[in-house]
Write a protein that binds this ligand. Sequence first.
Ligand code: ADP
Ligand code: MG
Length: 178
Amino acid sequence: MTLVTRRSLRRRPGQASPVTAFVALGSNLDDPPERIRHAFQALAALPGTRVVRTSSLYRNPPVGDPDQPDFVNAVARIETGLGPRELLGELLAIEGAQGRVRDRPNGPRTLDLDLLLYGERTVREPGLTVPHPRMLGRAFVLMPLAEIAPEAIVPGRGAVADLVRNLDTSGMIKLAEK
Ligand code: ADP
Ligand code: MG
């Protein structure tokens, strides 16, 4: 009989090399820069995952619902052996651990983590769409993404450097430190 532990299942020893994925981070409550830095650390602690690069932090006026504090946004580039569904589960768990409360759409949040890209794969499942369906129109996502990965490809849409060019990024302020 072969003993298969949960840990070895997660690592998937037979799986090909880790996949490069990009995660968007956003916060506008409870000391947002600190929330983002904390989330970078939480990403680095995920099984079979390492954080390769993190963008600067950007301060942005809220989109949609103006009656709330400014957001701080950033993007992390990771390499992971987790599958896209497993990775999303881990992201939602990190949001939960940092006390995220979902009350109204586009409303204030302690921490929002979105899976932007998972290699060049397209995923369309209940509860998981990759590339993230709303990333293309969002300067607060594409600008930090372009800072660390201008060459990254959004499947079917092209390189990030080209996609960010059409967006109005004038409201975004790069914060001095990470
Ligand atoms: P938004 O990030 O668009 O403001 P939410 O974070 O409230 O909205 O959306 C959460 C839900 O979106 C999650 O429960 C998750 O199932 C779903 N979802 C679908 N695709 C993705 C993705 N690529 N990244 C993150 N969440 C996703
Ligand atoms: Mg989200």
